[in-house]
Design a protein around this ligand. Structure first.
Ligand code: NAD
Ligand code: LMR
Length: 347
């Protein structure tokens, strides 16, 4: 996995596997000037599998690219943005250029929460940002793998899917909602409660990415199985509402950025390792999924094996406890509503 110890946490893996797999791992970050975009760009610059970085934002991308571009790893860094001409005020947008030849597009563009807001409260602003970025990907780099970070993920992923579908280029194997922060938190918090190492607490988190749609399957781990009663309820609540902790602590200045950048880079490294031909790369992510499609829920996060074409295999959720069944029952109707809202926006 990406991190086996704290010391190795920032050293993504780059074992070489398939010679047939593409080695052109040009990665674009859309929203690179933001709270997540900046540290995420830095971590991607440090990923040995990234050959080239395209940093795009409507503001701030040149500064981030100049800064990150001095890091002594081999990848190239280029910036793209809105260019205002001082002569006639004409604004040229370089989004299409940013997307040329990219293999992976990571999208953290959009507004973050303030205290008192839900992720769904971001929908009105972020839905159109994500839709417009997805349209550009459909036009310029329709084969790219897309990693959606912008909230509300439960709706923005269906928005991207519907936008690509409209353009006739949707490939479900190449679209991912990044739910890795839930996995990172679950692992950290479980380790804290049990006095173990996070590396021994690799919790599978299924469902979606908001409050009750976040379903940690603690019973599937020996360390997790032992937690019961109030301790269990408190741990599940902390995993489901960990985002609120950060929003509250930042007191109006945004939501998780550093841990999210870490989680985004971790997921990107997993995907790149799969694309590079490494076998057995399995991690939870929110994808178009058959698991609950019979209930009208066609996007769902579960363990997914990543391969040379993206999604290789969607794992079933496996055996779950009675408590987890209750959590899943609470997740599904909310998730369905979020997905339908995203689809309706594009329709
Ligand atoms: P931020 O405001 O610091 O940065 C957002 C960036 O997006 C800004 O630089 C802004 O200029 C840029 N942007 C806005 N519209 C754009 C467009 N059309 N094209 C390109 N760039 C554009 O916000 P942040 O803290 O980085 O958070 C970004 C998003 O990520 C939020 O929606 C937040 O809720 C979400 N988020 C998701 C997770 C997750 O687990 N998936 C975790 C944390 C935050
Ligand atoms: C998180 O889980 O930290 C993110 O989704 C940001 C948020 O709004 O909480």
């Amino acid at each position: 996995m990406f991190a086996r110890s704290a010391a190795r946490a920032l050293q993504p893996s780059a074992r070489l596997f398939s010679s047939s797999a593409s080695r052109n791992f040009k990665v674009a970050v859309l929203g690179a000037g933001g709270g997540i975009g900046q540290p995420l760009s830095l971590l991607l610059k440090n990923d040995p599998l990234v050959t080239s970085l395209s940093l795009y934002d409507i503001r701030g991308a040149p500064g981030v690219a100049a800064d990150v571009g001095h890091v002594d790893t081999p990848s190239e860094v280029c910036s793209f943005g809105h260019i205002m001409s001082e002569v006639n005020g004409y604004a040229a947008d370089q989004l299409d250029q940013a997307l040329e030849g990219v293999k992976v597009v990571v999208i953290p563009a959009g507004v973050p929460r303030k205290p008192g807001m839900t992720r769904d409260d971001l929908f009105n602003t972020n839905a159109s940002i994500v839709r417009d970025l997805a349209s550009a990907v459909a036009r310029v780099s329709p084969e790219a793998h897309i990693l959606v970070i912008s909230n509300p993920v439960n709706s923005t992923v269906p928005i991207v899917a519907a936008t690509l579908e409209k353009a006739g280029v949707f490939n479900p194997a190449r679209l991912f909602g990044v739910t890795t922060l839930d996995v990172v938190r679950a692992s950290r918090f479980l380790a804290g409660v049990t006095g173990t190492q996070p590396s021994e607490c690799n919790v599978t988190v299924v469902g979606g990415h908001s409050g009750p749609t976040i379903v940690p399957l603690l019973s599937q781990l020996s360390h997790g199985k032992s937690i019961a009663g109030e301790k269990y309820d408190a741990l599940v609540h902390r995993i489901q509402f960990g985002g609120d902790e950060v929003v509250k602590a930042k007191d109006g200045a945004g939501s998780a950025t550093l841990s999210m950048a870490y989680a985004g880079a971790k997921f990107a490294n997993s995907l790149l390792r799969g694309l590079n031909g490494e076998k057995g790369v399995v991690t939870p992510t929110f994808v178009k999924s058959p698991l609950f499609a019979d209930q009208g829920i066609d996007f769902f996060a579960s363990n997914v094996e990543l391969g040379v074409d993206g999604v290789e295999k969607i794992h079933p959720i496996g055996e779950i406890s009675a408590e987890e069944k209750k959590l899943l029952d609470a997740c599904l109707p909310e998730l369905k509503k979020n997905i339908e809202k995203g689809k309706a926006f594009v329709a």
